[in-house]
Design a protein around this ligand. Structure first.
Ligand code: TZP
Ligand code: MG
Length: 218
């Protein structure tokens, strides 16, 4: 399946892996299904860090399950940082960071079968992305302090985000520490949406949370 990238896909972008479900009463597929029902516009499977699935087989099985759920809701299924897993599950997109496999190599490997997103948190990274063919969107942050990424780069703040968006020729999604309160500061920066882990994974009401995201970026 090839799903064409559209910047509206960035409005309510949910990222999660097994490590992000802290409440043992719910499973990752249950949370993802609830988020899809509530109207998230993209889902990224990111199995990384403390508490993540370690066996390849378990990751592949989980990815297939989540891939199917996303297909049912016609929401793009994106894989973080694992080209082989993205190809195997026929993902719609792959997201890579500056420290992951070099983006140009990833673009070559996927060869137009899926769209590519890249994390950028400096102006020079954005300038390099502007002149690289094959990148669909940029993820920038952390905008606020985050508890979801142990090796997160320094916080860039709303002003830092605004400066990055100003030089980007690609649509930008904000990431890192976004809550139902601070999300209202983001549209003024020019980003197309918010990418969140805990705001949805730890929400006491996923429907309300996703509605809030979609209302802010309508
Ligand atoms: N990259 C930069 S911050 C971050 C990632 C993956 C974690 C975002 O998680 P949360 O819970 O939305 O702050
Ligand atoms: Mg990465």
């Amino acid at each position: 399946m090839t799903m064409t990238f559209k910047s509206e896909m960035l409005r309510a972008y949910f990222i999660a892996g097994t490590q992000d479900i802290k409440d043992d009463k719910r499973t990752l597929p249950e949370v993802v299904e609830r988020a899809l029902k509530a109207g998230v516009t993209a889902f990224q499977y990111r199995e990384k860090g403390m508490g993540s699935l370690q066996s390849r087989q378990a990751r592949v099985e989980m990815a297939h399950k989540l891939r199917k759920l996303c297909a049912n809701f016609q929401v793009p299924f994106i894989i973080d940082d694992d080209v082989a897993l993205a190809v195997e599950t026929d993902a719609d997109g792959i997201h890579v960071g500056q420290k992951d496999e070099r983006v140009t190599k990833v673009i070559q490997q996927v060869n137009g079968t899926m769209f590519v997103g890249l994390s950028c948190d400096t102006k020079s990274q954005i300038e390099a992305a502007n002149v690289t063919d094959g990148i669909s969107y940029i993820g920038s942050g952390p905008v606020y302090p985050t508890g979801s990424k142990a090796d997160a780069d320094p916080v860039i703040g709303v002003n830092g985000l605004k400066q990055l968006v100003a030089v980007s020729q690609l649509p930008v999604v904000a990431i890192g520490g976004i809550t139902e309160t601070n999300i209202s500061e983001l549209p003024a920066t020019g980003v197309k949406g918010a990418a969140v882990i805990s705001m949805i994974a730890q929400s006491d009401d996923i429907e309300r949370t996703v509605k809030r995201m979609r209302a802010v970026f309508s």
